[in-house]
Ligand binder design. Structure first.
Ligand code: FES
Length: 455
C-alpha cells in the first residue's frame, strides 16, 4: 500500500479570536471553580519541595531538569517567570546555595515543570546541577517569581521573541504556551546562537514552526565563522535583521532574553526601528551585580508573600480538616511545609520556656509501649515502642498532623519537639536549620526517649 502525504489539502484550524490563558477563563467564570482549577491560582509565590523526575540533555551545553511538586499540587506560574532554588552543594548540613532559573516548560502542563540550565564550567552551581541533580533528587524551591511574562489576556497578540544563547529558556516557555493554546496569534522568534549545533530545543522549535502557522522561527549564527551548509542568517542582531524577520516590529510586543550586551544592543535597535519602549520586555541573563540585586529584591518580596500565603493556607487547611469526616483518610493540603525562617525562630523562642513538666490531669492516654509521647496541643499521651514510626500511631490517636508522602520527602508532616530524642531517616523533606530549631518529620522518625511534642 502506498501512503501519499504530500498532496492532501489540510484546511487551516479554526480558532477563537481572543488569546486567553485558561486560568483567566476559570477565574472569570460564574460559580466556584472546580478543585483542580482552584489549585492553579492565585499565583502567590510559595515555598515547596520538588522532586526531579527526568533529565534531558539539550544542545548548546544545556540540560533540562523536569520536576514535580512533592505535595502533589500543580505549579501555577506565568510563561517567562523563574524559580529560586536551594542547592545543597556543600552538603545537607551546610547552608544551601540559592540560584534563580527560568522555567522552560509551559504553565499549560502544570503537573510537571522544568528548568533548563547551561553548564558553565567556571561556575559553582551549574556544573553541580548537571552532575548531581537526577531523577529522585529533592530540592527546596520558592516561586514563581518575576514580571517578565506573557499577559493573561491579549485581544490581538503579536509578538517578537528575541533570544540569545541560554536566553531561549523563558522564551521557550512562552512559545510552548502559545503553541498549546487556541486563539489567534502572530509570533516571530529570532534566536542567536554560537554554532549550528548549539541551538537548544532546535528539534522542537523546528517542529512547532512546521505545524503551527502562527509561529515563525529564524536563527542567526552570531559572529562566528560560517559553516558550509548554514542556510539561516549570519551575524549579530542588526536593524536590517529585525526588518527582515518582522517588518512590522513596531506593532509587536517584544520579549527578549540573553546576555546584557545583547539586550542593550537590542534595546537600541528596537528604538531605531520604531518600537516604543513600553512594548519592550527584557530579562537579563548575565548574572551581573545589578541583575542579581534586582532578583534578590524580588525574591525577598516573594518570601514575604509566600509567608502570608502559607498562613492563609494553614487557616484553610484547618477549616478543611475540621469539615472532613474523621474516618476518611483524605488528602490534606500541606500547609506546614511552607515554614519560614521567621516561623522557625518564633517557635524556637516559644520552646524556650516549655521545659515545665507536663500536667497529666487533662491528657487522654492511649496505646501501649515503653515510651510516652505527650502531644501538648492535642492533650494526648501516646505510649509507643522505640521501633514504631511516630506519624501513624499519633494520627490514629487523634493528633492532627498533615501528611503526604509518608517517606520523609515532602516535609508536610513537620512538627516541633519540645523535649526528648528522635531518630529520623528523612529524604530531603527538612532543612538542617529546621532540625537545629527542634523540628522533625514524624513519618520517618522513631522516638528514642519520652518526648513532649508541640502538636
Ligand atoms: S509526610 Fe512527607 S515528610 Fe512526612
Amino acid at each position: 500500500m502506498t501512503i501519499t502525504t504530500t498532496s492532501i489539502e489540510v484546511p487551516e484550524p479554526q480558532r477563537v479570536r481572543d488569546f486567553v490563558m485558561p486560568w483567566n477563563h476559570t477565574l472569570s467564570a460564574n460559580g466556584p471553580a472546580a478543585n483542580a482549577a482552584r489549585a492553579l491560582g492565585p499565583w502567590h509565590p510559595q515555598e515547596f519541595m520538588a522532586e526531579c523526575v527526568e533529565t534531558i540533555p539539550e544542545a548548546g551545553g544545556l540540560k533540562t531538569f523536569v520536576f514535580r511538586r512533592l505535595d502533589g499540587a500543580p505549579l501555577a506560574f506565568r510563561a517567562g517567570q523563574y524559580l529560586n532554588i536551594a542547592f545543597p552543594i556543600h552538603g545537607e548540613d551546610q547552608d544551601p546555595v540559592d540560584r534563580s532559573y527560568s522555567i522552560s516548560s509551559a504553565p499549560t502542563s502544570p503537573w510537571t515543570f522544568s528548568i533548563t540550565v547551561k553548564r558553565d564550567n567556571g561556575g559553582l552551581v551549574s556544573p553541580w546541577i548537571h552532575d548531581h541533580v537526577e531523577p529522585g533528587t529533592v530540592l527546596d524551591m520558592l516561586g514563581p517569581v518575576g514580571a517578565f511574562h506573557l499577559p493573561d489576556v491579549e485581544r490581538r497578540p503579536r509578538y517578537l521573541l528575541l533570544a540569545a544563547g541560554a536566553g531561549i529558556t523563558p522564551i521557550m516557555s512562552m512559545l510552548r504556551t502559545i503553541h498549546a493554546l487556541p486563539g489567534r496569534a502572530d509570533v516571530v522568534v529570532l534566536y542567536h546562537g554560537a554554532a549550528p549545533g548549539e541551538f537548544g530545543f532546535a528539534k522542537e522549535l523546528e517542529y512547532i514552526a512546521n505545524v503551527d502557522d502562527r509561529i515563525q522561527v529564524f536563527y542567526s549564527l552570531g559572529d562566528r565563522s560560517v559553516p558550509e551548509n548554514w542556510e539561516w542568517m549570519l551575524g549579530r542582531l542588526t536593524a536590517q535583521m529585525l526588518e527582515q524577520v518582522a517588518p512590522d516590529a513596531n506593532g509587536r510586543q517584544v520579549y527578549a532574553c540573553g546576555p546584557e550586551g545583547y539586550l542593550n544592543h537590542a534595546a537600541d535597535l528596537l528604538r531605531k526601528v520604531g518600537v516604543d519602549d513600553t512594548s519592550v520586555h527584557m530579562e537579563f541573563f548575565s548574572g551581573d551585580r545589578k541583575t542579581l540585586l534586582e532578583y534578590q529584591e524580588e525574591i525577598s518580596l516573594a518570601e514575604d508573600l509566600a509567608e502570608e500565603y502559607a498562613e492563609e493556607a494553614a487557616e484553610q487547611t484547618n477549616h478543611f480538616a475540621e469539615t472532613q469526616p474523621a474516618e476518611l483518610q483524605l488528602f490534606q493540603p500541606a500547609a506546614t511545609d511552607i515554614d519560614t525562617e521567621a516561623e522557625v525562630e518564633a517557635e524556637a523562642v516559644a520552646d524556650a520556656d516549655t521545659d515545665a513538666p507536663v500536667d497529666d490531669s487533662d491528657f487522654t492516654s492511649v496505646g501501649e509501649g515503653t515510651l510516652t509521647l505527650s502531644f501538648i496541643k492535642s492533650r494526648i499521651k501516646l505510649r509507643i515502642d522505640p521501633t514504631e514510626r511516630i506519624l501513624g500511631p499519633a494520627q490514629r490517636a487523634g493528633v492532627r498532623i498533615g501528611a503526604n508522602c509518608q517517606e520523609g520527602m515532602c516535609g508536610s508532616c513537620k512538627i516541633v519537639k519540645i523535649s526528648g530524642e528522635v531518630e529520623m531517616n528523612h529524604q530531603g523533606g527538612i532543612r538542617a536549620r529546621e532540625i537545629a530549631s527542634g523540628k522533625f518529620l514524624p513519618c520517618c522518625s522513631t522516638a528514642q526517649s519520652d518526648m513532649v511534642i508541640d502538636a
